[in-house]
Design a protein around this ligand. Structure first.
Ligand code: DC
Length: 238
């Protein structure tokens, strides 16, 4: 596997998770879904009677007592908290409603950022997606993207995702919640949702999933080829 980190940041419903998973497969890299980690810790709090938006200390203690880890032998990888497989819990409504509050707590972010950086050291070929991957977690990543789309399209995609999982979906409510979550994720002090200066912004509003994945695959390969060529040039001239 090549040593390459590709970051994909962007707001809820921009298609990041699906795109990142498919892109990772095409490029023969592994896929890190960092939203799943915030969701997993939120589920853990709710299931242990800890307020996910409250005092950070008990939340950090829970994260330490039940470390989050992915089973990379599965595709997509499954998420465990300690020995418990919590993958099925990640998209539940109570988790979605509370995750943004937990993600705004600085000590909690510090724990998860550290875990993500450790994963990056162990898995050198990675497509990683979230809100702060290019800005905070992997600032030296070779290729960075920021995926965006009009809010109504993002709500539509999220609704479809829920229906595909056999869950009910009210698009209007989803749109309201997406906008509220964007606002909270963009205005928090630590690791807010931003487009890093060195990331390429891709508006996927009018693009199909296939078109987005094709485009990103092409761009990553161009960038990697350019990097190889410039390194070869430097070596030849030194
Ligand atoms: O991408 P998602 O919907 O699964 O993310 C769930 C929440 O976690 C979202 O409200 C933002 C937060 N999050 C974050 O703050 N930082 C990340 N790297 C990933 C997700």
């Amino acid at each position: 596997m090549r040593s390459l980190i590709v970051t994909l940041d962007g707001p809820a419903g921009s298609g990041k998770s699906t795109v990142a998973r498919l892109l990772a497969r095409r490029l023969d890299l592994e896929f890190l879904d960092t939203g799943a980690m915030y969701r997993g810790l939120t589920a853990l709090c709710l299931d242990h009677g800890v307020d996910p938006g409250g005092e950070p200390k008990p939340i950090v203690a829970l994260a330490e007592a039940h470390p989050l880890r992915f089973d990379w032998s599965q595709n997509p990888p499954r998420l465990y908290a300690g020995d418990l497989d919590i993958t099925g819990r990640l998209r539940d409504e109570d988790v979605t409603e509370n995750v943004s509050a937990l993600a705004s707590l600085t000590p909690v972010r510090q724990v998860l950022v550290r875990t993500q950086q450790e994963i990056g050291q162990e898995h050198v070929g990675l497509v990683t997606e979230g809100r702060d991957q290019g800005s905070v977690v992997f600032p030296k990543a070779q290729v960075k993207f920021y995926l965006d789309a009009q809010p109504h399209v993002r709500a539509k995609r999220r609704a479809q995702q829920l229906r595909d999982a056999g869950k009910p979906a009210d698009e209007k409510k989803i749109l309201e919640k997406i906008m509220a979550r964007d606002e909270r994720d963009s205005t928090r002090t630590h690791g807010p949702l931003i487009c890093p200066d060195d990331a390429e912004r891709i508006d996927t509003t009018d693009m199909s999933l296939e078109e987005v994945v094709d485009l990103l695959e092409r761009k990553v390969n161009e960038r990697v080829d350019m990097g190889d060529a410039s390194r070869a040039g430097q070596e030849a001239s030194s």
